[in-house]
Design a protein around this ligand. Structure first.
Ligand code: ADP
Ligand code: MG
Length: 219
């Protein structure tokens, strides 16, 4: 497959220093605008921080991050977060029903659109009226994915999304990630599990001590 001309994300000497601690130490990397990219590396190497730069939950203190060529420093963060969706390590739903949770992300969402987001997250429409507190861990994480999908993001960031899930729910979420990437929503997926990388990833970036040490540029 011919890679697209413009990267999904481009990191150009991305640095983040917080209170004198260097969290990211000059990240150079290009992430292609297709498929599922795994970000791997030991705990504390900067994987979550790298993802958080991609939707401006963090702003680099040096260097630059581009999203499809545009400098993120010049993109409105609230608009960006609708285009670049994120799913976190632990499913965190608000009190109320799953439908209430989707409506927080997209007020006034039509029922059909909500059901479609649920479907893309591997849940049927009956989950709309289910109480968030009563869901299993795997269902809750899929509901979080649905809540992210209601804004029709162009990209999905997933930060160790299966680390709190059992094996069966893990496999379900892995397939959802692969399907979303195949349907044209590129996915960045942080994991520390090499077997998971083998199962799901089209390519991998390896981080160590705040830098991308493998797979970053020209790959
Ligand atoms: P990973 O996701 O690979 O485990 P993180 O990106 O969460 O790594 O963090 C990388 C390192 O930077 C860790 O040592 C973490 O404690 C530190 N760190 C992350 N964010 C901050 C922050 N806002 N202030 C201080 N240290 C931070
Ligand atoms: Mg992390």
């Amino acid at each position: 497959m011919v890679p697209p001309d413009v990267d999904l994300f481009t990191f150009e000497g991305g640095r983040l220093v917080v209170d004198g601690t260097t969290v990211l130490d000059g990240v150079d990397a290009r992430i292609p605008d297709e498929g599922l990219t795994a970000i791997v590396g030991p705990s504390g190497s900067g994987k979550s921080t790298l993802l958080r730069l991609c939707n401006r939950l963090e702003v680099p203190t040096g260097g630059r991050v581009r999203f499809r060529g545009d400098d993120l420093a010049e993109v409105d963060p609230l608009h960006l977060r609708r285009r670049v969706g994120m799913v976190f390590q632990r499913p965190t739903l608000f009190p109320g029903t799953v439908g209430d949770n989707l409506a927080v992300a997209e007020p006034g969402i039509p029922e059909e659109a909500a059901a479609d987001a649920l479907h893309r997250a591997g849940l049927d429409g009956s989950f709309l009226t289910r109480t968030a507190d009563d869901l299993s861990g795997g269902e809750a994480q899929r509901a979080c994915l649905a809540r992210t999908l209601v804004t029709r993001p162009e990209v999905l960031l997933m930060d160790e999304p299966t680390s709190a899930l059992d094996e069966e729910s893990t496999r379900v979420l892995e397939h959802l990630g692969i399907d979303l990437a195949d349907s044209g929503v590129p996915v960045l997926w942080v994991t520390h599990d090499p077997h998971q990388v083998d199962r799901i990833a089209d390519r991998r970036l390896r981080m160590e001590r705040g830098r991308v040490i493998e797979g970053g540029v020209g790959s």
